[in-house]
Design a protein around this ligand. Structure first.
Ligand code: ADP
Ligand code: ADP
Length: 226
């Protein structure tokens, strides 16, 4: 059973087709990049996958189960969007604990897990800071820690580096590669308009254009290296 399967998933907003029928499977532990220019349907595909919107037709299956049949806390999804959207009035540790508390995790387990994931993203020293006291890259690491805290089966990253400057983006790509190696069973879906990020991170790339999947394959097949 694939970790994620789109079966004929299409999305319309009134007369606008935001996503043409999409068929796509992602294996457990695979990193798939959804690559395409602005307006090509990437976020729409991701929102259908996350169950944030209901497709006009088709189904999204997570481990064989229709996402819309699963309550949000049982979908096994971690989400990081481009605007890191940390809670400004909560310390880093409380931001990271958010999903765990929502799942009624015991306090001692919350504390331990928050420590683990802050360590994983190299932010242990910042647990008691507020988001405004952190750089953009640090905030994005905290957002990543928050998504990882619940041990997601599938991690959805929607343009996670687009708010960062070029040098920081390179550091974060290296960071994500390291994380991927440490979490071999986590399926990663990485939305980006940046071909070099997709090539650096993904096992396979799905190229969207005008709401349609136009290419799908391993990086080396789609973009032959010079
Ligand atoms: P991308 O993430 O690749 O930038 P989107 O999935 O956001 O693309 O958008 C795909 C298309 O659907 C675009 O033409 C966009 O304008 C349209 N669209 C997205 N969301 C909505 C919405 N809520 N209402 C109307 N049109 C939308
Ligand atoms: P955009 O693609 O336009 O930048 P986002 O990716 O930030 O937009 O997604 C915004 C939409 O997704 C909103 O409608 C919001 O309600 C929904 N959304 C994002 N994150 C979550 C979440 N964790 N839980 C529920 N809905 C979410």
């Amino acid at each position: 059973t694939p970790a994620v399967e789109f079966r004929g998933v299409s999305v319309h907003f009134g007369a606008t087709q935001a996503l043409a029928p999409l068929d796509l499977s992602v294996a457990r532990g695979e990193t798939l990049a959804l690559l395409g220019p602005s307006g090509s349907g990437k976020s729409t595909a991701l929102k259908a996958l996350a169950g944030f919107l209901r497709p006009s037709a088709g189904r999204v299956l997570l481990d064989g189960q229709d996402v819309t049949d699963l309550p949000p806390h049982r979908r096994g999804l971690g989400v990081v969007v481009q605007s890191y959207a940390l809670f400004p009035h909560q310390r880093v540790a409380d931001n990271v604990a958010f999903g765990l508390k929502a799942r009624k995790t015991r306090r001692a387990d919350v504390t331990r897990r928050v420590g683990e994931v802050l360590e994983l993203v190299g932010m242990s020293e910042y647990a008691r800071r507020y988001p405004r006291e952190l750089s953009g890259g640090q905030q994005q690491r905290v957002a990543l820690a928050r998504a990882l805290a619940i041990r997601p089966n599938v991690l959805l990253l929607d343009e996670p580096l687009s708010a960062l400057d070029a040098a920081l983006r390179e550091d974060m790509v290296a960071e994500l590669l390291r994380l991927r190696a440490e979490l071999p069973d986590t399926t990663l879906i990485y939305v980006t308009h940046d071909q070099s990020e997709a090539l650096a991170l993904a096992d396979r790339i799905a190229v969207l254009r005008d709401s349609r999947l136009v290419e799908l394959g391993p990086c080396e097949q789609l973009y032959r290296r010079p």
